[in-house]
Write a protein that binds this ligand. Structure first.
Ligand SMILES: Nc1ncnc2c1ncn2[C@@H]1O[C@H](COP(=O)(O)OP(=O)(O)OP(=O)(O)O)[C@@H](O)[C@H]1O
Length: 256
């Protein structure tokens, strides 16, 4: 299996806090890789480094052989990296369909003048975007919500729409920031099937941050446990969950 994403010796400090500390890991094409860790371990910061919201203080990040540190956040999306956010970021006063069309933004090859004149090229492109989005709507069973405003939708549905918006961009790597947070047991189970299908049917590589160990063990090939910004353990979900250092850090020594 080939390596898709590589983080090498990345360090990021916020004032005196070392949020990510000399961290090295890599994600293989086609796998589901999870990052777990207690609050403040540095998980979101790792995502923000990959998305290029933050610059590392030291280290290297490459995606499919491209140096990500040479690129800004938009250019990273253009390479095929899409993400969801811990606090869902959708346009509340737009429909599900409109939000998913926003996910197609990186594929737009027409300019404003062409769009205003609605040229044949624009029409063809529009059709292509619609088809891609309709596929995602079908895939995630979002038909009943297609023309509904985001603001009126239950939290669990909004979470699926956010996943859909990221998928609509046609990514090679999907970054999921706590996909199960705030979901019921049934919704978490559904999320597990979506993630499984995204990998198996769409062939998309998934890197996720997640607290729900049931979801992590159910869906991940490999898990990285972080503590204080550094790697505590890495391996299969079973290996990581039974690692004494992980048990100590996450559950307290008494829980072993
Ligand atoms: N913008 C920031 N400015 C200053 N400190 C920050 C900033 N972002 C994160 N930190 C600090 O960096 C450390 C890592 O934070 P981070 O949010 O990455 O952890 P996390 O593992 O994602 O936590 P959680 O599970 O609560 O989301 C923490 O000590 C946090 O307080």
């Amino acid at each position: 299996m080939s390596t898709l994403l590589e983080i090498n010796n990345a360090t990021l400090k916020f004032g005196g806090v070392v949020a990510v500390n000399d961290l090295t890991f890599s994600v293989d094409e086609g796998e589901v890789y999870a990052i777990v860790g207690p609050n403040g371990a540095g998980k979101s910061t790792v995502f923000n480094l990959i998305s290029r919201f933050y610059d590392p203080y030291a280290g290297a990040i490459t995606f499919d052989g491209h140096n990500l540190l040479d690129r800004n956040a938009d250019a990273v999306a253009d390479l095929g990296i899409a993400r969801t956010f811990q606090n869902i970021e959708l346009f509340d006063h737009a429909t599900v369909l409109q939000n998913l069309l926003v996910g197609r933004h990186r594929h737009r090859n027409t300019n404003l003048v062409q769009e205003m004149l609605f040229t044949p090229k624009v029409r063809r492109e529009e059709k292509r975007h619609r088809e891609a989005v309709e596929e995602v709507i079908d895939f995630l069973d979002l038909q009943p919500y297609r023309d509904k405003m985001i603001a009126g939708l239950p939290y669990g549905v909004r979470k699926v729409v956010e996943l859909g918006r990221a998928l609509a961009s046609g990514p090679r790597l999907l970054l999921l920031d706590e996909p199960a947070s705030g979901l019921s047991v049934e919704e978490t189970q559904d999320m597990r099937w979506w993630i499984d299908d995204i990998r198996k049917q769409m062939g998309i590589t998934v890197l996720m941050v997640e607290h729900d160990m049931g979801l992590v063990s159910g869906v991940s090939d490999r898990v990285l446990a972080l503590a204080d910004g550094a790697k505590l353990a890495e391996g299969t979900p079973q290996q990581v969950q039974s690692d004494p250092a992980v048990i100590e850090a996450y559950l307290g020594a008494g829980a072993a």
